[in-house]
Design a protein around this ligand. Structure first.
Ligand code: DGP
Length: 113
């Protein structure tokens, strides 16, 4: 989508700190990190959010989860990590392109809200 921030990052029109990529997924460091490792895993094909994955390709969704695992391994998160995706206004989704936050490198909060 031409007006989507993450589509522009994937296309290289906006710079990003790449961590991982494959044919389905692009992953880069969050601009406002909430943990020592905070990476955004994004499908190359535009999907708005988890609410829209019913329309998405199974291989692409599986690739996102595998990429989260690959990023955690690559970042050395041997003691654990968290994967979060915000969906819609109640969850404070701010970029309307499905993405998974991979967080780790410290003891994360028990709170999930
Ligand atoms: P969410 O609130 O779940 O939609 O997460 C969006 C994330 O995107 C947020 O943690 C900040 C990050 N972000 C926003 N703009 C940019 C950007 O231009 N570059 C990078 N690397 N991250 C961005």
């Amino acid at each position: 989508m031409s007006d989507c921030l993450f589509c522009k990052i994937i296309a290289g029109e906006i710079p990003s700190a790449k961590v991982y990529e494959d044919d389905q997924v692009y992953a880069f460091r969050d601009i406002h990190p909430m943990a020592p490792t905070h990476v955004l895993v994004v499908p190359r094909h535009h999907i708005v959010s988890m609410a829209a994955v019913g329309e998405a390709d199974d291989a692409q969704l599986a690739a996102c989860l595998r990429a989260c695992s690959a990023v955690a391994l690559q970042e050395g998160l041997v003691n654990g990590f968290r994967v979060v995706t915000n969906c819609g206004p109640d969850a404070c989704q701010s970029v309307q392109h499905l993405h998974f936050h991979v967080l780790g490198g410290k003891q994360l909060s028990e709170k999930m809200d």
